[in-house]
Every structure is written in structure tokens, then in C-alpha cells.
Write a protein that binds this ligand. Sequence first.
Ligand code: BGC
Length: 269
Amino acid sequence: MSKGTDKATMNLSTEHSLEADAIGFGIDIGGSGIKGAPVNLNTGRFLTDRFRLPTPKESTPEAVGLILRTIVERFDLPEQVPIGVTFPGVVQHDVIATAANMHSDWVGTNLAEVVETHTGRAAHIINDADAAGYAEMRYGAAKDVPGVVLVLTLGTGIGSALIHNSVLVPNTELGHLIMDGDSAEKIASSGVKDKMGWSYEQWVVNLQRYVTHVELLFSPDLFVFGGGVSKDHKKFVPLLTTNAPIVPAHLRNKAGIIGAAIMAAEAEA
Ligand code: BGC
């Protein structure tokens, strides 16, 4: 079941000769899986394999809280390590404001309180794409890129992180720009491609309309494409025409966890 190291064998700070304050912990809540890993805050790398559990079918705050607890308990984390948790929706001051692909009970729920109730630990809550974008800015494809960088995560939905000169503007939610009368992610995400059984050539027709629209609004200097499909970037990025270059995310599906861990540590500092 687990990809994580056995808790009994794992005392993170001694095993890695790290000060406890160089250890962060990130959890990425997604529509299909909830994944957590300890992160070396100096390098942005995982300290052990991540531990993943499936998202409960009824993804209520209570059901997800139990999963969060199991994930945190899996690791021998120093007491004071702050936990960063991502959520696929708008997050304002730890409170979930939208939950397009999660149980509607989340709307209005303070996720930091859910974490504290189930794990006894303080947490910092971040939108999933913002966390991924932040990680790419600190350690990945958007590191040291001046100007406007737009990170788009292409998955079940479309997530966005807008970064200007290394400052993140949170909750841009560009997957919900209206196209054809509905959220753009309903016609341009890679989830739709899979659902419809489209080839890359068929999918890019909608993806092209979407990125053209986004480019018109934000004129980014660089696009970073993340999400599972970004590993196949060679199959579809060359089919797109944009003013700004498009590069694949470097941290792939680790970016959310890494970004959450770093942002939580910085919020505590
Ligand atoms: C949500 C965003 C999220 C994106 C990717 C969208 O449906 O509204 O908050 O970043 O999916 O998970």
C-alpha cells in the first residue's frame, strides 16, 4: 500500500543530518489521490518517498481529515514542523471558497482547523496550482525568470499560478475563464481529452483557443505547463502557437507537495 519508508526506521533529522527547521512537510489534496512527503527546505527535494492514499469517494472534510491524519502519522516528523496543505479550489486565509472537483461541504470550511483537529498540528493552506507554481519558481522551470510567468496545471481541471518577478498572485483560477458558456477547463483540460478519447491533435484545438485567450489577458513572458500530461509535452506543445515560450514543469507531480511545504515554512517564519 505504501511507497513511504517505514516510520520505525525513519528519524528524519538524524538520518539526513538536518536541523529540524530545515524539514518541511507538504500534502497535496487532489480529486483522485492525497499525497504527502517530508521536504528538505534547503534543496526543495523530498527526504523520503511520498505516501499516497486515494481520495475518498465522498470527499467530505471529515473523510479527508482522516486521510490527512494517516498520512502525517506515517512520518516521524519533528514536533514543530509546519504542514503545508494544498486544495483544488480558492483558498482565502485557510478557508475554502470554491470546490469545483471536491465535495461541496468544503465551501466555507477552514482546512487548517480540519488539519489541527485530526493531527494536532498547525497548517498553512494553499491552492494546489499556486503551490505547484511556487515550487517551480523556487526550484524548477520558473526559477530566476524575470517578468510574468504563468504556470498552468493541466489535469482533471486547469489550475493556474501567476507570478510576477518572483511574487505569486494567488487564486487566479484561470481554468474557470468562460469559454463557450462554461469553465474553460470543461473543454480544454487534459481530463476532458481523456474522457472524450481525443488524440493530441484533437485536444490542442481547444487548448490553443484557451492559451490564446490567456495570452491576450496576461501577456506572460513564459508559460510553464504542469500536470501529469506535461510529461508528454513533446506530443502537444509543438502543435501550439504562442508568443511566449512554453516549457514543461520540472518538478512534475512533486511540485504541489514541495510548494506547500515551503510556503508553510515561510508563513511560520
Ligand atoms: C480549481 C482550481 C484548481 C484546479 C486544478 C480547478 O477546478 O478551481 O482551484 O487549481 O482545478 O486542480
